[in-house]
Design a protein around this ligand. Structure first.
Ligand code: PSV
Ligand code: MN
Ligand code: MN
Length: 424
């Protein structure tokens, strides 16, 4: 389904009085904020195709109904999100879950919804029905050359699908690793993985990037062959200039200082992209900003500082994506909440007084350094983010409009109650 433009306009005009008061007050209080609205408008966060259905746990899955039945439905859902918030203008596909039967048609559909194709994701962590060799003991790291070959060829096929759609990057997340000490020779596993990645790298079109995503543990619980940012950076450095590290917020050991990791990867020119989510324990894949909004802000603070230092374009020079999906909320409402949290953290980090922070750092005024950061984080930037939505032609209050228009009910009417999208 699509939202008729007049519905959004009507919603906005109902809220306009209140919004105008809030935004004028905000701009009076924060005089530098005027210049950052366009940055917020430009900033787009890709939606992963696997987040549109109710996620499962390994114990069960509870579909909420009206979920996408195929790739077209997934694009339609993201199109809806983008109409509502103006910041979800990209999709990240997972192959083989999202193999387009007709790439041209899918490309046109995405174009008509104003969506771009962000990174393509390969899948060598599950066995598919028609597949010859099993990934039970790894894929790109596997001791058997046949398995490695199959996994390499799969990645090359993913690149081809991406090329047909206009994507420009491939994200490789590997489940490879070991569950028990002694199971694996770490050095040889690394070397085999590197050799496999080199073959995939060689198949990249000239204007493509490859992102090497790391994860501390799960599904392997003793070692992971791309287990942390150090290992990812090693691969990315050895591969070459088109290879970068991808940071997924849920893929660290507890209490890792992710903002410092981000800062150093940026310094090395090796940060490629981001997967946003939030967690209390591990790779919980909860709504971005739902548990640790200050951490999210501190990460953005480093991103903005580091990107500005390197003269990078915030909107286009890194891949921004949500990677979250879970069991209990309407997936579309959940994604609207994630995008809002990310936009708020981004807006707050744009408000940091960097000159004052630098000066305070130089004289070791630690309390003032903290004040400066917390002042930005404690600023209620909701009017600013709403203003960016308004300027993008989206809704002042996306979730309220989603509910007023009974979007989920309409999707259930259209698609049925028992729908399950291909995916996790
Ligand atoms: C598994 O942890 C995972 O969530 C990774 O974060 C990948 O990005 C995603 O699945 C899709 O492959
Ligand atoms: Mn991820
Ligand atoms: Mn994950």
């Amino acid at each position: 389904m699509r939202l008729e433009k007049y519905r959004i306009d009507q919603h906005n005009s109902e809220l306009d009085d209140k919004h105008q008061k809030r935004i004028s007050f905000f701009l009076e209080e924060n005089t530098s904020a005027k210049n950052i609205i366009q940055k917020l408008v430009d900033f787009q966060i890709a939606i992963p195709s696997w987040a549109l259905g109710t996620g499962g746990t390994r114990f069960g899955r509870f579909s909420g109904g009206g979920e996408p039945r195929n790739l077209e439905d997934k694009l339609m859902d993201i199109g809806l999100l983008h109409q509502l918030n103006g910041s979800s203008g990209a999709v990240s596909l997972h192959i083989p879950w999202d193999i387009p039967s007709d790439a041209e048609k899918i490309k046109n559909l995405a174009g008509s919804l104003n969506l771009k194709f962000d990174a393509m994701n390969s899948n060598t962590f599950q066995d598919q029905a028609a597949q010859e060799f099993s990934y039970k003991f790894g894929s790109l790291q596997h001791v058997d050359e046949n398995v490695r070959r199959q996994a390499i060829e799969h990645n090359i096929e993913v690149i081809k699908h991406g090329e047909a759609l206009g994507s420009k990057s491939l994200t490789v997340w590997l489940a490879d690793g070991s569950c028990f000490p002694g199971q694996l020779n770490f050095r040889e596993a690394f070397q085999r993985t590197l050799d496999s990645l080199r073959e995939i790298y060689a198949a990249l079109p000239t204007d493509w990037k490859i992102f090497v995503e790391y994860k501390a543990y799960e599904p392997n619980f003793y070692s992971t062959t791309v287990g942390d940012w150090g290992q990812s950076l090693l691969y990315a450095t050895k591969l070459g200039e088109k290879a970068f590290t991808l940071v997924d917020l849920g893929h660290h050991l507890p209490n890792a200082n992710i903002e410092q990791i981000v800062s150093l990867l940026l310094m090395e020119g090796k940060l490629g992209g981001f997967h946003f989510n939030d967690s209390k324990y591990g790779d919980d894949d909860l709504t971005a900003g739902s548990l640790k909004p200050y951490q999210l802000f501190l990460i953005f603070n480093e991103l903005v500082e580091g990107m500005d230092a390197r003269g990078m374009n915030h909107a286009t020079d890194l891949g921004w994506m949500i990677d979250a999906s879970h069991n209990v909320k309407d997936p579309l409402e959940d994604l609207l909440q994630s995008v809002e949290a990310i936009m708020m953290a981004y807006a707050q980090s744009l408000l940091v007084d960097r000159t004052a922070l630098k000066a305070a750092q130089q004289v070791h005024d630690v309390a003032l350094c903290q004040e400066i950061l917390q002042h930005a984080h404690r600023t209620d930037v909701r009017p600013l983010v709403a203003e960016a939505r308004l300027r993008a032609g989206a809704a002042l209050d996306p979730i309220a409009l989603f509910r007023t228009l009974d979007v989920r009910k309409k999707l259930i009417d259209e698609r049925g109650l028992k729908t399950v999208a291909t995916g996790l």
